[in-house]
Design a protein around this ligand. Structure first.
Ligand code: ADP
Ligand code: ZN
Ligand code: ZN
Length: 829
């Protein structure tokens, strides 16, 4: 017996949990031939629970000194991640001071990390008379018909433990069942009607006769047909939107129906974001670049040869996306894979439609709104790519797409690289997808391109320092000039009685001008809701959240005051809780109020709102965007949602209602953010045919940041801001690590924070600041203290991390700290 033990094979596995290190299991004889690194195996962990764990390492020499459990079964025939990925996970755990299990949890779609608690349910396509593989599958589906949802643990009570995961995996793969995701907002496909020529219409004789007869008997049908042909030609497409056709031709649906009856035209319903999959025209070639773009692309390719990261700074509408399309095509034509990262929000809109035109269904979209099954499908396509094959070549996705198992990367693009949605703030790993992309590129020897109209200060600094190569596009594509910016002094306007509530006379006048010209307007206010504060005029009492240290925002339509941190809401008070006075006033304003006031100021115009509230309810984000695009909305009021990667043809005016709120936010990045936001939102004005204007309302027209925005002076702003950052030891000159300590009891939070700060000071000395109370010192009933560590750039990152990890381990070992939350955020945003 003891001899046999020496023949055992051991595996170290990772569990998708916040536990440090790997866990050792032994492999039974019959599995020894098939187990390999990167595969998932089922293991028991603790007394009750089973998990699918990832094999990290296999050893047959070192016999552990403790008794091990066996792995229960092997789920995958082949590894689900690549060795490059494992390197990435390791780096991420070290750099962001988290466990590999946490990285695993962030990286894998749910269906790839099944565990006892994972809930499954029947797939919507499941039919009760479906033929299944075996008895076990019948047992599971029958149980699901009865109970709707089952956890894996419950399933394992129905079957033998050993068999559960493989059966579940097989059922998932065949769309018999799906992972139940209560939290995830389900992605709803949108359908739209399109008009196309029928097959019959290809017959010239048929068409000639039909047209001759229409000329005599139904001239309106002929008009519509010709109009259709022209639109089809103009837009270089086989499919013309039914709505647009009728609207632009000003002809009726009955006329169109006549043409359908004659079998000349057909109407098809198509899922709009899957357009090209059903459209029959072949993907079209990228548009030819102009000289500036061509030059820029040459510089980029040249820098790639030198294995340098490129930062493309191109003003809004300069044609960056067009260059990306060329580079993406080159990479996949070489038989390699390409990853194109965009901010999450941009994915629901125009970018995809644009890429689909060129890449058809080669394009894989990886997106949190897709179901887990769809995400696993994409994962597997990317994983099964072999060099030279056309499978899994091109991915567009938000930050988590950086985890896809790419093995043959020929290009990684990070578009809008300054965007803070690339940073995951919670939960751990608190990684930055741009920085991860740069790391990945250098280890995988893949070219990395960062693009933005308003680069982050970090990237710009890296370019100045020679770490990246900077390439610029300084003018807009075509003859378009940069939008003209006007500042309005709100204080002065009030004095002269030129303010109509939150709108200056100047802004109203310019809005009227644009609207009368048939152009559109965007109004930007980076605050949702009606009014952020309700205050008693008598004693200054303000309603606060019961769970957080913040005031509640009034949402008028819903008749509630709500916390934007925890979601708590209640009905607005009619009188003061402190003194009983009924004289409550609203302070400040959000998008909802702007929308309401505008309805009164500009009657007869169609006004809509785009923010988290509207995008979630009533109409979808996608719907509002396409309505605005089609001209069904005249004025769009929005938060920063309107700034991200949208391209509208007919917007001539952008109004920024309250620049001060952006500029005065208490954070060292507030000026950088304000500059980026204002520049980005201004960039929505005057694309394509109309020229653009921007009005910025402010109490402080002398603010230096506004001056730079007026001149669109990027270099000026960056150089100014760099000096500020260097004066106060902030990034990019220093690296920051932010430690947050949280507890339900304030004294406990304070005690633990002091203890940890003291420990850190022993290692890092004066580089440790705090503990301090953050601006919002209590969220969801947890009191928060923060410690900031400022580190010189010349210090070795990994050395620092090692010392810090030691301090963290020491802190966590102390029993008194066990219930105190400690979050570490490396490079906080
Ligand atoms: P950016 O990504 O810098 O904002 P885009 O690539 O979206 O700029 O280009 C702005 C507009 O100019 C788009 O409508 C795009 O279709 C058009 N455009 C850019 N480059 C070309 C080109 N080479 N040929 C034709 N149109 C172009
Ligand atoms: Zn009061
Ligand atoms: Zn709250």
């Amino acid at each position: 017996m003891s001899q046999q033990k020496e023949n055992h094979l051991y595996v170290q596995v990772v569990l998708p949990l916040a536990l440090p290190g790997t866990f050792t299991y032994h492999v039974a004889d019959e599995l020894q031939q098939v187990v390999s690194v990167g595969q998932r195996v089922v293991v028991q962990f603790g007394k009750q629970k089973i998990y699918s764990a990832l094999v990290w390492n296999i050893t047959d020499v070192e016999v552990p000194s403790f008794t091990t459990k066996p792995i229960i079964s092997i789920i995958d025939e082949l590894p689900v991640i690549t060795s490059a990925q494992m390197e990435l996970w390791k780096w991420m755990a070290d750099y962001y001071l988290c466990t590999i299990g946490e990285v695993m949890a962030a990286a894998l779609p749910s269906a790839l990390k099944l565990q006892s608690e994972t809930k499954i349910q029947l797939h919507p396509d499941f039919k009760t008379d479906q033929v299944l593989a075996d008895e076990r599958e019948y047992i599971i589906t029958e149980a699901l018909q009865e109970k709707k949802q089952l956890s894996i643990a419950e399933v394992s009570r129905l079957l033998l433990l050993k068999q559960v995961m493989p059966v579940v995996k097989s059922l998932l793969g065949r769309n018999v069942i799906e992972i139940a995701e209560e939290m995830v907002e389900k992605y709803k496909p949108r359908y739209a009607a399109f008009v196309k020529l029928s097959n019959k219409a290809n017959d010239e004789d048929f068409m000639r006769e039909a047209m001759e007869s229409m000329e005599r008997r139904s001239p309106k049908q002929l008009d519509l047909l010709l109009f259709f042909m022209r639109m089809k030609q103009d837009e270089e497409t086989e499919l013309v939107s039914r709505t647009l056709l009728l609207k632009r031709s000003k002809l009726s649906a009955a006329v169109l129906q006549g043409l359908v009856k004659k079998e000349i035209l057909e109407i098809v319903e198509i899922q709009t974001d899957r357009l090209s999959q059903t459209s029959f025209d072949e993907a079209i070639d990228p548009l030819p670049l102009n000289d500036a773009q061509e030059q820029c692309k040459k510089e980029i390719s040249g820098s790639f040869l030198k294995e340098k990261v490129v930062l493309l700074h191109g003003v809004t509408s300069s044609g960056k996306t067009e260059i990306y399309i060329h580079l993406l095509k080159e990479a996949i034509d070489r038989g390699q894979q390409a990853v194109y990262l965009v901010p999450e929000i941009a994915l629901t809109s125009q970018v995809i439609t644009r890429l689909r035109k060129h890449f058809g269904n080669k394009l894989l979209v990886y997106h949190s709104r897709f179901s887990d099954n769809e995400r696993v499908e994409t994962w597997n396509k990317v994983l099964s790519h072999i060099p030279g094959s056309t499978d899994g070549q091109l991915i567009v996705g938000a930050r988590s797409a950086i985890f896809l198992p790419v093995s043959n990367a020929g290009l990684i693009i990070v578009d809008e690289e300054h965007d803070n949605s690339y940073k995951q703030t919670d939960p751990s790993p608190r990684y930055h997808a741009r920085d991860t992309a740069v790391w990945l590129g250098s280890t995988m020897k893949a070219p990395v391109l960062l693009g933005s109209a308003t680069p982050s200060l970090e990237s710009y600094y890296n370019a100045l320092a020679g770490k990246y190569i900077l390439t610029s596009l300084n003018s807009r594509y075509g003859e378009m000039i940069m939008p003209e910016v006007t500042l309005v002094d709100v204080k002065d306007a009030y004095k002269r009685k030129q303010m109509h509530s939150h709108f200056s006379g100047k802004l109203i006048e310019m809005m009227k001008q644009s609207l009368q010209n048939g152009e559109q307007v965007i109004l930007f206010q980076n605050r949702r809701g009606f009014a952020p504060v309700l205050e008693c005029r008598n004693c200054s009492w303000v309603p606060h959240c019961i769970n957080c240290d913040v005031s509640l925002t009034l949402h008028k339509q819903k008749q509630e005051i709500r916390c934007h941190y925890c979601g708590y809401s209640t009905t607005p008070p009619s009188s003061c809780n402190a003194c009983g006075s009924t004289d409550l006033r609203m302070k400040g304003f959000g998008t909802e109020k702007i929308e309401e006031e505008l309805q009164l100021l500009m009657p007869g115009y169609r006004i809509s709102r785009l923010d988290h509230d509207t995008a979630r309810s009533k109409k979808s984000f996608h719907q509002i965007i396409s309505d605005f695009d089609n001209g069904d909305i005249d004025v769009l009021v929005g938060t920063q949602m309107v700034t991200k990667g949208l391209d509208f043809k007919n917007v001539s005016l952008v109004g920024i209602l309250n620049a001060d709120q952006l500029l005065n936010y208490p954070d060292f990045r507030s000026h950088e953010r304000a500059f980026q936001l204002m520049e980005q939102v201004s960039g929505r004005a005057g694309r394509k045919k109309v020229s653009g204007k921007v009005v910025i309302q402010t109490y402080n027209t002398k603010n230096i940041v506004l001056r730079y925005v007026m001149e669109h002076d990027f270099r000026g702003f960056y150089n100014h801001e760099l000096i500020e950052r260097s004066k106060f030891n902030y990034p990019p000159y220093f690296r920051l690590i932010e430690c947050s300590i949280k507890h339900r009891d304030e004294a406990e939070a304070e005690r633990a924070a002091r203890l940890f700060a003291k420990e850190l000071s022993e290692v890092f000395g004066k580089r440790v600041l705090g503990p301090t109370q953050p601006n919002v010192a209590r969220i969801r009933n947890l009191y928060i203290r923060q410690i900031l560590i400022k580190l010189e750039r010349k210090l070795s990152v990994m050395e620092v991390k090692k010392k810090l990890q030691k301090a963290i381990d020491f802190y966590r070992k102390e029993p008194a700290n066990r219930n105190v939350i400690l979050n570490i955020d490396v490079d906080p945003y």
